[in-house]
Design a protein around this ligand. Structure first.
Ligand code: PGA
Length: 256
């Protein structure tokens, strides 16, 4: 099955830096032959302002363009928001939804996450749906309850057409860099729970073929292999280690 390596550049790069990094990575991936083997889907999720130029940089490569959020309306009086149609227009194919930083700093709710997932699918964007418990939730034994809440509310009434997929990124908030990564055993428990919950929402074939579960949280070239060995993990969502070619390219090599 295809593996997924998705870079989440967050708000870390100026537009010029994002374009430069993308150019370096395109070249690096070509040299590694990843473009030819076709077994890893690489996605760059960049800030909105860099997307128009990035779509030009990526036009002849197999790397896909992703956004870091989307609004849940197509058009209208929503100052400052960006619609799925506007993203599509730029060639965006993936969109991160419900990242813990948005849940924390922008007070994004499960209901908003759900609306964003639905509208993204309606317009042919692949959601990268993030879930994960905070350190406090883990300490007070609320990991399961949190994941169950995020998954069940996030996926309510979500339907997938045959050619669509959803990526679910398990990102324990306490493992996002600069914190150390989670242990593969800890990740395995939650991935199992997520995959179990999915059965309530989708047919077995859909769960198996169209819902990809990935890990995020200080993933790097040093540890990505150990996460890829966890049953049910099909890739990684990467923040810090996606910001330089020297850190990102080794991850590809490890996954290839
Ligand atoms: P990190 O970020 O790899 O820097 O921990 C992952 C994420 O927040 O998506």
């Amino acid at each position: 099955m295809k593996k997924y390596l998705m870079a989440n550049w967050k708000m870390q790069l100026l537009n010029t830096e994002a374009i430069e990094l993308a150019g370096e990575l395109v070249m690096g991936l070509e040299q590694l032959g990843v473009d030819k083997t076709n077994n890893i889907e690489t996605v760059f999720c960049a800030q909105y302002t860099a997307l128009p130029q990035l779509s030009k940089v990526l036009v002849n490569s197999k790397i896909k363009l992703g956004a870091q959020d989307v609004f849940y309306h197509e058009k209208g009086q929503y100052t400052g928001e960006v619609s799925p149609l506007q993203l599509k227009e730029l060639g965006v194919e993936y969109v991160i939804i419900g990242h813990s930083e948005r849940r924390k700093f922008l007070k994004e709710t499960d209901e908003e996450v759900n609306r964003k997932i639905k509208i993204s699918l309606e317009h042919g964007l692949t959601p990268i749906f993030c879930v994960g418990e905070t350190a406090e939730e883990r300490r007070s034994n609320k990991t399961e309850v949190t994941i169950i809440r995020q998954i069940t509310r996030g996926l309510e009434d979500v339907e997938l057409k045959d050619d669509q997929k959803i990526i679910i990124a398990y990102e324990p908030v306490w493992a996002i860099s600069p914190a150390p990564p989670a242990k593969p055993e800890e990740v395995s428990v939650v991935i199992k729970l997520i995959r179990h919950l999915l059965k309530d929402f989708f047919a077995p074939k859909v769960c198996q073929e169209q819902i990809i579960t990935v890990y995020g949280g200080s993933a790097s070239g040093e540890n990505v292999k150990s996460f890829m060995q966890v049953d049910g993990i099909g890739g990684a969502l990467v923040g810090g280690a996606s910001l330089t070619k020297d850190k990102f390219l080794p991850m590809i090599e490890e996954m290839n």
